[in-house]
Design a protein around this ligand. Structure first.
Ligand code: KIV
Ligand code: ZN
Length: 524
């Protein structure tokens, strides 16, 4: 085997099985198919598409993925019974590359409390089931469930038995998320040295995150010789979740120098896959989540922003582009410095003259103390206010809405915006709902047609008061513009974030007070 092949780590993705079986993460077969497409684009080697015998839906989803997703090996989980194995084989039939993944508890607590089986009964079941699966499918993986709490001597026997019966992949799961990096390193070293047939097998690690060590434990297992890592996107999975596969991908991409191994992942597809999963399951990732959290590439502290503006490598060990993000986000807040303020102002098309910077910066600090994060529209407003420049921005002055539940009256909204050139402008519009009606009114006033791509409103409590933060993304003539607002109530927050995004479009695309493009005219 070449060094390259020896040092290649197989990525086994179980987002659609272990991930999906966690409460709050269930997916329809349509959604699973969509997600499987993202996983293929991401370059995972194996997609565990479900547990065929668990339900008709699961079997159907596996069958569709096996038929429609080309590239990765498609796998189904199976208990060590012939019914389960035949069901998995049937669901996997159309796959170009297929794997049956058999699991059976080997630890004392699983043998006695769950299976009521003796050690020899467990070994007999492993032998029987792996042999049957090997006749049905291209590849068999065997998992000694709760391997970490299994007696070492019996674990060696169980894995030897599986390898002899035809399992090419031997998985050693930390089912309950109990192990530590040193312990799992020691265990894998021991197993690889003591299991007969280990040379022909691929040892695999599958860690849960109950103590927050799933990723560290998986890396420790690789350092001891494991060549397959199992995990799920965004770290979803039973209880505290599985090892986060996007973290594994970026660890190998970033620290190949120490790990001396690589994966086949196309890391530039990470952001898209993570977002797809959030959308499908309705579960966002925490802001500070490694790799895929909103803050993972954001910088707020002034010293950090200054460094990043000079050379991103001062505070970034990975580029946002490496995970498929267009650029880093400098969050403007009370920790931001003059450099970041000037850079953002320039980006927004309202460069601050050298002699005005101190004045604008001091007004900015006062505002940031009050609101936390300063939205772009607020910043533009502030710059124009401080420098006396004629502003091109709209400001929300008033919004009223009406939506009577169970009534036939169409929801409507009355919105009043102010513009330095046009003064106060009011519009009344209808819509599918009151907020939609308010968005329509803003479109009428500003003359800009926009499609809402994303809208999230979070209720946050800081410094003894609660606020609503609304984040919106608008599509305006095939360009995306983000908007943000923080107010005391949901309704103005939503509408103000919409106006904020419109203002960004005006600044970036160069539009006048009626929404007409002016930049093109001046170029001509
Ligand atoms: O955590 C676990 O042990 C599992 C097995 C089925 C591999 O998910
Ligand atoms: Zn698991």
């Amino acid at each position: 085997m070449s060094d390259d092949a020896k040092n290649r780590i197989t990525l086994f993705d179980t987002t659609l099985r272990d991930g999906e079986q966690a409460p709050g993460f269930s997916m329809s077969s349509e959604e699973k198919l969509l997600m499987a497409g993202s996983l293929r684009d991401l370059g995972v080697d194996v997609i565990e598409a479900g547990f065929a015998a668990a339900s008709k839906d699961d079997a159907q989803a596996i069958h569709r993925i096996a038929r429609e997703i080309d590239g990765p090996t498609i796998c189904s989980l199976s208990r060590a019974t012939s019914d389960d194995i035949l069901c998995a084989a049937k669901a996997l039939k159309p796959a170009r590359k297929s794997r049956i993944h058999i699991f059976l508890g080997t630890s004392p607590i699983h043998r006695t409390a769950k299976l009521n089986m003796s050690c020899s009964q467990v070994l007999a079941a492993i032998e029987r089931s792996v042999k049957l699966a090997a006749e049905q499918c291209m590849e068999v993986e065997f998992s000694a469930e709760d391997a970490i709490r299994t007696e070492r001597a019996f674990l060696v026997e169980a894995l030897e038995c599986a390898a002899k019966a035809g399992a090419r992949i031997l998985n050693v799961p930390d089912t309950v998320g109990y192990t530590t990096p040193d312990e799992i390193h020691d265990l894998f070293s021991f197993l690889i040295a003591n299991v007969r047939g280990a040379e022909q097998a691929i040892f695999s690690t599958h860690c849960h995150d109950d103590l927050g060590m799933a990723v560290a434990n998986s890396i420790a297992a690789v350092r001891a010789g494991a060549r397959q890592v199992e995990g799920a996107i965004n770290g979803i999975g039973e209880r505290a979740g599985n090892c986060a596969l996007e973290e594994i991908m970026m660890i190998f991409a970033t620290r190949e120098d120490v790990l001396k191994a690589k994966t086949n992942a196309d890391t530039t597809k990470i952001h898209a896959a993570s977002q797809m999963l959030c959308k499908i399951t309705g579960n966002p990732v925490p802001r500070n989540k490694a790799i895929v959290g909103r803050n993972a590439f954001a910088h707020e502290a002034g010293i950090h922003q200054h460094g990043v503006l000079n050379d991103r490598r001062t505070y970034e060990i990975m580029t946002p582009e490496a995970i498929g993000l267009p650029g880093n986000a400098l969050i403007l807040g009370k920790h931001s410095g003059k450099h970041a303020l000037a850079a953002r102002a320039k980006e927004l098309g309202c460069e601050i003259a050298e002699n005005e910077l101190s004045k604008v910066f001091s007004a900015f600090k006062t505002l940031a103390d009050e609101v936390g994060e300063v939205a772009d529209a607020q910043l533009i407003d502030l710059i124009f206010g401080e420098t006396g420049t004629n502003s091109q921005v709209w400001q929300l002055k008033r919004v009223e809405m009406r939506a009577a539940h169970g009534s036939s009256i169409e929801p409507f909204a009355r919105v009043e915006l102010e513009h330095p050139a046009r003064g106060l402008v009011t519009d009344i519009a209808t819509g599918e709902g009151p907020i939609h009606a308010a968005f329509n009114a803003v479109q009428h006033i500003t003359g800009i047609t926009a499609k809402v791509e994303e809208l999230t409103i979070n209720h946050v409590g800081t410094r003894g008061r609660t606020d609503c933060i609304s984040d919106i993304v608008l599509n305006i003539e095939n360009e995306s513009f983000a908007g943000r607002s923080r107010t005391r109530d949901v309704i103005p927050a939503g509408v103000e974030s919409y106006v904020d995004a419109i203002n960004r479009a005006i600044a970036r695309q160069g539009r006048d007070e009626f929404g007409q493009l002016t930049r093109q005219q001046s170029v001509a």
